[in-house]
Design a protein around this ligand. Sequence first.
Ligand code: GCW
Length: 678
Amino acid sequence: MRNLRTYLLIFLLFPLILFAEDGSKLWLRFPDSQNGISAAKIISKGKNLTLDIAKKELTTYWQGQIVELRTEKSLHYLKDGYRIYSTPEKIVISAGKQTGLLYGVYHILRLQQTKSDISHLNITEKPSYDVRILNHWDNLDGSVERGYAGKSLWKWDDLPNKLSPRYEEYARANASIGINSVVFNNVNASPNMLRTDYLQKVKVLADIFRPYGIRVYLSVNFSSPKVLGGLENSDPLNKEVHKWWKDKAAEIYKLIPDFGGFLVKANSEGQPGPQDYGRTHADGANMMADVLKPFGGIVMWRAFVYSPSKEDRAKQAYLEFLPLDGKFRDNVIVQIKNGPIDFQPREPFNPLFGALKKTSEMAEFQITQEYLGFSNHLVFLAPLFKETLESDTYADGKGSTVAKITDGSLRNTKITAIAGVANIGEDTNWTGNIFAQANWYAFGRLAWNHELSSEKIADEWIKMTFTNQQEFVNPVKDMMLSSRETTVDYMMPLGLHHIFAFDHHYGPEPWGDIPGGRPDWMPVYYHKADENGLGFDRTETGSNAVSQYFPPLNAIFGNIETCPENLLLWFHHVPWTYKMKDGKTLWEEISFKYDSGVKNVRAYQKTWDKMEPYVDAERFRQIQSKLKVQSKDAVWWKDACLLYFQTFSKMPIPYEIERPVHELDDLKKIKLDLKHHN
Ligand code: GCW
């Protein structure tokens, strides 16, 4: 009897389980042609796993005319790109490689899903970057550094025998937006990653990903020869060390012939590196590059290096790497965070971009929201990514944007690449917040084509993920497009940075100054509030970080009158009474900024509540509830920062704005128990 009831229940619940709107489908919500009419007649020659996937996607989801898939040698110059054009009878997708055909198929499915005109197609696409890579900061124990979507997707204990279906779903999602490379493990890398048993697990994942056009890479620990190989040291100039890496490379390529290469964090935040042996970053990178070279592998060497010294942290990577320009092998690419400090809500671009004239450079962005409210806050990151990419470095004269410096169009760069630190975990909806899926999507789309506008990317994502109804698309798009600026306003307006709670970085702690702690990890190091004013003097009278920028930027940033106001406190220590362009004093301006951040989040709540008729109840509620948290957090940020800075400015919070609802002393007592796994 009981059994019968259970069966009945399962039977009744089955449709609910099947159609659960839990966000797991991401933007891949193509109408199933089983429910409609599949008109996909595919003409294609050849057989190959990638082509099989392309065909399967078409037969399952395409509802338009006949599609011909055709590889053409003459299109090799498009790399992973493709051509799509219409003839009266059919749509032709042609590409130099099968992966190009797969990307072309996702392109027309996207057009179908966004209800775009597909009657006269004439499209040629070539990706902006060759290597479009996600960096997972996943540890072998299943934790994820700075991960806010549950544990790691990679089940190392189950591999290589037990395979989660999500591995393939993940590969498909990446392929659908053009991501073609993956680093599985944290840059704070365990030497064990290179153990033979782990490499066998990696091989199995590589085999699943390969048909989706994805190559795998690993973060490696510089001390691996010593820790894993039992050698005396890991000195890059030690012949035995070189041999160890050479043998390791051979072992890897035997298992994974198309292995991409290594990502290395060395001599940074306690990680080992060549400097432990008096060698340079170039010595370390080149040694690895040499062992990978015969197999076609590359080294992505991170420039995120700084130590607690008298020198302004923002200047250190540049000082370290500039003397090494021209000393790196041609299969080394220096991976540079978008800003000079660390993925803050707003930073100027990193002055290393363009400065290394004889070295390949790539940008690293953070998709995971370490400094942007974790997976609780709705912050659409395309505008942040684009702000950096479109920044003019002036390195080779006007128009030397970060995008052009890194995509090879300005310089004859051997390798072109772009990296995003993944926000993906085992949560059902992959990213912990449905709107955070848009950041994974945006990174992929910009890696494919950095000229796409944020507006276009948001528009596509909303239509694919939710609905094409304009009543939904327009307000939600507005909300997404303004969300990054809103977050800057309630967290760190006008160039403020790194005033987060210690270690976990969730919430405000501008008063943070732990006695005996590393000064460059303390908020007071960054905002320098005192009775005169606020901000870090990086002009000639201060740390002179401005000198690391090419003219005319050094002068523009260095002059308080010409410095863009959204970076004012990054570069200047500004008097509280300083008159801003709108006539307000700095103190008033900053107060209004915090207030406007809060008001905008409240407005997002209203916008979202009105969207209820257009979205399924499940996703509606999830997002509604996240916005409540964001709203509360925004007030927390505003009160904490204004009440604290007021102890220096000694001026009233402008009477037009909402009064604080917290006591500063209470806010100072908040200690969240959010462990971060290093
Ligand atoms: O911002 C810091 C993070 C660390 C991270 C480091 C890095 C992986 O707080 O968690 O370590 O950046 O990028 O190496």
